[in-house]
Design a binder for this molecule. Structure first.
Ligand code: ZN
Length: 218
């Protein structure tokens, strides 16, 4: 493994975990964050630790195929979900999973958020689907997330939280913030009669813009 690349990924995961903490988006349980090192390995936050007391080199290096890891700290129990997404989405190099309040609120109602905000459509690719309810940290949860993320950069997970992914971890973190904001706007708009969806032709425009901007295949 390229040691420099691994170190850079650990540093990026650590920094993003702290950014997430300072953003106030997390309360209670943390969620987890990862960055792809290469086709074989990812760096992911360790299980059940206070990130502020950790250092970048304690971000766990995990084999994407076998889930074996190096060092004394266990990776997040949701490492399997991250690994399966990396296997299925070659375009993805960073993943953020949160239990943020507004996303979780909509996820408990198991409601797909229609395309209602421009930045939602641009950054996440359209509606925010809900991955089926499954036990955390299982292959079933990974499969449900992959299905809900098809053609998208973000999804809700039924009764659990949200997950976002993108070409870089920095972009995946932005996507996680857009999910939380969209969920809040969606809930608020329901109190004043419900949101009006963005017309399909404009969604197509935003999708084209998104694909060209990020160089993805159409
Ligand atoms: Zn979780």
């Amino acid at each position: 493994m390229d040691k420099e690349k691994a170190k850079a990924a650990q540093q990026e995961v650590y920094k993003t975990a702290l950014d997430m903490y300072h953003s106030g988006m997390v309360s209670g349980t943390w969620g987890n964050i990862s960055a792809r090192i290469n086709e074989e390995y990812m760096a992911i936050t360790p299980s059940g630790m206070n990130y502020e007391r950790l250092s970048p080199d304690q971000m766990v290096i995990v084999n994407i195929d076998s889930l074996s890891y190096e060092g004394p700290l266990k990776p997040s129990i949701e490492a399997i979900v991250h690994a399966e997404i990396y296997k299925n989405r070659p375009d993805v190099n960073g993943i953020v999973h949160t239990h943020s309040t507004y996303a979780l609120t909509v996820a408990t109602a198991r409601k797909e958020i229609p395309p209602v905000c421009e930045d939602q459509v641009q950054i996440l690719g359209g509606s925010i689907r809900v991955a089926d309810y499954t036990m955390p940290g299982t292959k079933e949860m990974a499969d449900a997330c992959i299905k809900a993320l098809d053609g998208r950069q973000g999804a809700l997970i039924a009764n659990h939280g949200a997950i976002s992914c993108d070409v870089t971890l920095a972009k995946a973190f932005v996507a996680s913030q857009i999910i939380e904001k969209t969920a809040m706007v969606y809930i608020n708009s329901m109190a004043i009669g419900g949101p009006v969806e963005i017309p399909q032709k404009d969604i197509d425009f935003f999708s084209d813009f998104f694909r060209n901007k990020y160089g993805q295949k159409s």
